[in-house]
Structure formats: C-alpha cells, structure tokens
Design a protein around this ligand. Structure first.
Ligand SMILES: Nc1ncnc2c1ncn2[C@@H]1O[C@H](COP(=O)(O)OP(=O)(O)OP(=O)(O)O)[C@@H](O)[C@H]1O
Length: 584
C-alpha cells in the first residue's frame, strides 16, 4: 500500500463543499455552539440592516418636515440597535473562539490518534518533520478559520442577502443594476478559486518540507558536525526556506487577488446606482431619502462582499490545510487483526510458510522463506550485510505483513492475534534501541503493565529473580538513573542493556535479539548470555549476530543471503563444515 503522503495522493480533487462537509462531521459535537453563534450572527446582521431603513424613515418623515424631536427619538433607537448588535456580536465572537480552539484540539487528537494506528510502513515513507507540520501547523489554519473567519463569513452572507432583498424590494430595476457588479465578482471568484487553493496547498507543502529539513538536521546533528556538513545542511535549509518564501509570496498574491477586484466592483455599483437613481428621481419615481438609504444598503451589500474577499482566501487556506490533514485521516492500517480459529496441528511456535516480502512494490527483498522455530530452542540468523536478517526478524514480530505467504504463531495466522497479545508473546530488541526521556525504571517498564505500580524495591526483587540485577548495577543511580531525550547521556551499550532488560522482563515466548550485543564488552556480553540461558526453558530465542561467540549455543543456524534463508545446521556442524571447507 502506498503510504507516501507526498506522492500522488489518496485524496485528490475534493471539492470545497465535500471537504467542508467532512470537516463539519468531525466537529459535529460543536453543533449547539455553532447553532447559537449562527443565531447571534443572524441577529447582528438583522439589527445592522435595520439601521438604513430607520434612517430613511427619519429623513423622509422628520428631517424633511423639520421635526427635530422625532429625529432625536430615532437617533436614540438607532443607538440602542447598535449597542444590542455589539452585545450579540461579542457573544458570537466568544463562542466561535471556543469552537476554533476545540476544533484545533479535536483535529490534533484525531490526527495523532490516527498516526498511532498506522503501520511502520507509513513512517518509513514519510518524514517526521512533515507529519509534525500537519499536526501543528495545518490544524491551526482551521482554528484560525473557525475562530476568526467562519461567522464573519456567515454574517457577511446574511448581511448581503438582507441588503439584496432590501435593494430589490425598494426598486427592482435599480436592484438589478446594483447587483450586476456583484455577479461579475462571483464569476471572477469561481474562476480563480481553484488557482488560489492550489497556491495555498503548495505553501503548506513547503512549510512541511521546511519542518522536515529542520527535524532531519537537528536530530542528526552529531553526524552533521562530525562530517563537517554544517554548510551543506545550511544550504539545504536555505533551499527549503527559499521554496517556502517563493510559495508564500505566490500565495500572498493569490490570496489578495480578490480584494482589489471586489473594491472596483463596489465603486462601480455606487456609480451605477447614483446615475440611475438620479435619473429615477428626475422622473419622479424615486425620492432623495430612498436614494440615501439605497446607497447605504448598497454599502451594506458591497462592504461584506469586500470582507468576503479576505475571508474567502482564509477559507481556501483552511481547506488546503484540511485536505492535508484528511490525507492522513483517510488512511487505513492495512495490518489489522483478522478473524480465524484455524490452527495447524503439530505446528512449531512460529512458522514462516513461503513468505515473500518487499518494502516497496517494485523490489522484493525476501523470496519464498520457509522457517520453523520450535519452542525453547535457540536460533541464529547470520549472513552478509543487507542480506535480509532484520527484515526476516521484522516479519516474525509482525512489524510488516508478507506480500505473499503466511506467518503462523502457535499454528495460527499471526494476524489473528491482537497487538497486545502479540507483543506480549514476541519480544524484539532492535538493532538501534530507542529510549524515551525519563529514568532507567521508566524505560525498562515501557509497555509493561504488570510491574507498573511496583515500588523500586519490589522491582529490584523482580530483576533479581530474572538475573538482571547485575545489569542494573552498571547504572550509576540504578533504576533512577536519568535518561535524556532519545537516550542521550547513556552509552549505546547501556541503551542495549536497558532494551534487553525491557524485553526480558516481559517474559516473551519468543525473544529476538537483533545485533543486541554488538556494542557491549565481552564480559557483559557473557553476562547477557548467562541471563539468556536462565530464561524459562520454553523461551525461544532468535539471535542475529555477526560475532561467532554470540551464536555458540544456537541449536540451529540460518544463513540469510540475498533474501533467501537456508538452514546451515548447528553451530558445531557449521564450524565443522567451515574447517572441512578450509582444508579443501
Ligand atoms: N525501511 C526500508 N525500506 C526499504 N528498503 C529497506 C528498508 N530496510 C531495509 N531495506 C532493504 O532490505 C534489504 C535487507 O535489509 P536488512 O536490514 O534486512 O539486512 P540485514 O541482513 O539485517 O543487514 P545488516 O546485517 O546490515 O543489519 C537491504 O537491501 C535494504 O536496503
């Protein structure tokens, strides 16, 4: 399955309408707040629309008749209307601020939750920096739209509709004239929107790229410094930054393209209303008061339209952000659990049957692997670099599924076990062990609920029973030795020891050690060997190693080369064969 978000993607060409509907579904729990905010917006827009009508009435009834008392009364009414509008507006802004922040919170949770469900293949194909940018930056574009733009957007449309109705009901012909420029604006918007959205999407992509650059150089800074590659990374960053700058400029131009056109159309409308309005007055079919209020309503129509120009650009940015977020949300984990009760009789603890696998569709790495791992035995996978040992181990631990063939655990398809059961039964010590910020204790207990609430004394007792106390003794402050981010502050060998304790404590049925002792001195390695020997007799061990002494006790050795696995016999048989071969 293609998990690469930056390759011709899964969600493409979704219309604004469909995208917006999908988004509203996700925040459906905000329905009541959105409804109240909508009512408030209708309220303010309605009150604002009352203004010109009251003014027109006051002019024609009181100003023209010089009845200034009436003018004062109407001024008072207008003031009350404006204050009421202010109050409702405040309520609406407050509500939408909360909706925006809740949307941000919900979206970030949804995206992060989805990321947690996706398979390892997804993380192989996407850069962490780009994903961070989607979780952080793209979601914020939606927050901005909800908290700042949505209700203004709705308000503008309501004001425009109301003003449009007034314009038509006061005079149909003048209304038609007044709305011609608006029609032109609409056509202009429809034509240009896809282009504007594309520019916004391109910009968000470059923000993701920039974030990926930062992440890569910062997380690998030691190699960068050691190889004197600071200039090189600076240059790469410059390039990414420049791309971002260029795309941001293009986006800025695209987002601002509507405003001048809308302003031009608004001025044109004023001119057309004046010209045609004066003509109507001269024919006696219109009054000055009506023309004054008409111009005010035209203003009520065209001001929100101008505002819509800016809001429409925000909407395009938000929709581009939402598309990038939905690209993650629509992904399905292709490594779910399947329902099966079929169990093969007489099956070993783990079996690979005619397994084929490739990380990408165009390159097969493992070809027709058949492997039987019996309970309680020790196996070694040896072979040249890049031969496929780690890949084989990854399939045993179900980090990936085979493209063809089956992996059986206890005679049952490994896909029928849920993640908790599978990881409890299969322990995997990775080549490059990963630690998390915290203490040795926290890292040892990572993913281990059984001992979660044990005190340090109780835990030390457990470690003693598992023969691990000597390993713990290698840490200055024992269980409370601090571990900094990504395991900085402890040596690579110490990291491997923590990963070893972490895996052994879970008492797995099958323990895979991928070069797990490559960075450990021979004395400690011997100690690990003893611990492995003292594991319950039922534990199956799979050891990937380059050093011969590590695999001395293996019952069977598999030779993994060029994606094929062959059984080479026991350690002594292999040594015999080698010696025999050497003699010849
Ligand atoms: N994440 C990945 N994406 C694509 N190809 C990969 C990935 N990981 C490994 N490969 C390729 O798969 C092949 C087998 O790699 P693998 O890591 O299984 O070899 P190995 O025998 O464990 O090597 P080593 O002894 O160096 O650990 C290699 O050609 C490698 O380039």
């Amino acid at each position: 399955m293609n998990y690469n978000l930056n390759k011709p993607a899964t969600v493409k060409g979704v219309s604004n309408y469909t995208a917006f509907k999908g988004l509203l579904r996700l925040i459906s729990h905000e329905k009541s707040k959105l409804a109240v905010a909508l009512l408030a917006t209708i309220g303010t827009s309605g009150l604002n629309l009352l203004g010109p009508l009251l003014t027109a009435y006051a002019i024609d009834t009181y100003v023209m008749q010089k009845q200034y008392h009436g003018v004062l009364v109407y001024s008072g009414i207008l003031l009350a209307v404006y204050f009421a509008s202010f109050g409702i507006n405040y309520l609406q802004t407050k509500l939408m601020g909360t909706v925006g922040q809740r949307t941000l919170y919900t979206l970030r949770n949804a995206v992060f939750h989805k990321l947690q469900q996706l398979p390892v293949a997804f993380f192989n194909q996407n850069k962490a920096g780009d994903l961070i940018s989607r979780v952080n930056n793209d979601t914020d574009k939606l927050n901005q739209f909800f908290s700042q733009s949505l209700m203004q957007f709705v308000g503008s449309i309501i004001s425009m509709t109301g003003a449009g109705i007034f314009l038509f009901s006061l005079n149909v012909k003048l209304g038609a004239v007044a709305l011609i420029p608006a029609l032109l604006s609409l056509i202009f918007t429809r034509l240009l929107s896809p282009w504007v959205k594309k520019k916004n999407a391109a910009n968000l992509k470059t923000v993701g790229g920039l974030s990926a650059e930062i992440q890569e150089s910062l997380s690998n800074f030691k190699v960068v410094v050691a190889f004197g590659r600071r200039d090189y990374f600076m240059q790469r960053f410059n390039e990414a930054n420049e791309k971002n700058y260029t795309s941001a400029t293009a986006m800025g131009i695209a987002n601002n393209v509507f405003m001048p056109f809308y302003s031009l159309m608004a001025s044109l409308a004023q001119l057309m209303i004046l010209a045609y309005g004066v003509y109507l007055i001269s024919t006696g079919s219109f009054t000055i008061g009506l023309l004054v209020s008409y111009i005010a309503y035209a203003n009520y129509f065209y001001s929100p339209l101008r505002q819509l120009a800016a809001l429409w650009a925000n909407f395009q940015t938000a929709m581009a952000g939402w598309e990038r977020i939905s690209e993650i949300l629509v992904l399905e984990n292709n490594m779910g659990t399947i329902e099966t009760h079929a169990r093969q009789e007489g099956a070993p603890l783990l079996e690979m049957q005619q397994v084929h696998f490739g990380y990408t569709e165009d390159r097969e790495i493992l070809h027709n692997i058949n492997l039987r791992l019996e309970q309680g035995k020790t196996y070694a996978l040896v072979g040249p670099t890049g031969g496929g040992k780690t890949t084989t181990a990854s399939l045993i631990a179900r980090l990936y599924d085979p493209v063809k063939g089956n992996v059986l655990l206890d005679g049952k398809d490994i896909r029928s076990y849920n993640a908790a059961e599978r990881t409890r039964r299969i322990g995997f010590i990775l080549q490059d062990p990963i630690l998390f910020t915290g203490t040795v204790r926290e890292n040892i207990l990572y993913g281990n609920e059984e001992y979660e609430n044990y005190t340090n004394d109780q835990l030390e007792e457990v470690l003693r029973a598992a023969n691990l106390e000597k390993l713990l003794g290698l840490f200055e402050k024992g269980l409370e030795t601090p571990v900094q981010s990504a395991g900085e502050g402890v040596s690579l060998g110490q990291k491997q020891l923590i990963a070893f304790m972490r895996a052994v404590l879970r008492k797995p049925d099958l323990l895979i050690l991928d070069e797990a002792t490559a960075n450990i001195d021979t004395v400690t390695e011997k100690l690990l060997g003893e611990i492995l020997d003292k594991l319950p007799a039922t534990t199956t061990r799979v050891i990937i190693a380059h050093r011969l002494n590590t695999i001395e006790n293996a019952d069977e050795i598999f030779f993994v080369n060029d994606g094929a696995v062959t059984n080479a016999g026991s350690f002594h048989q292999v040594v015999d064969q080698l010696m025999h071969g050497n003699k010849n």
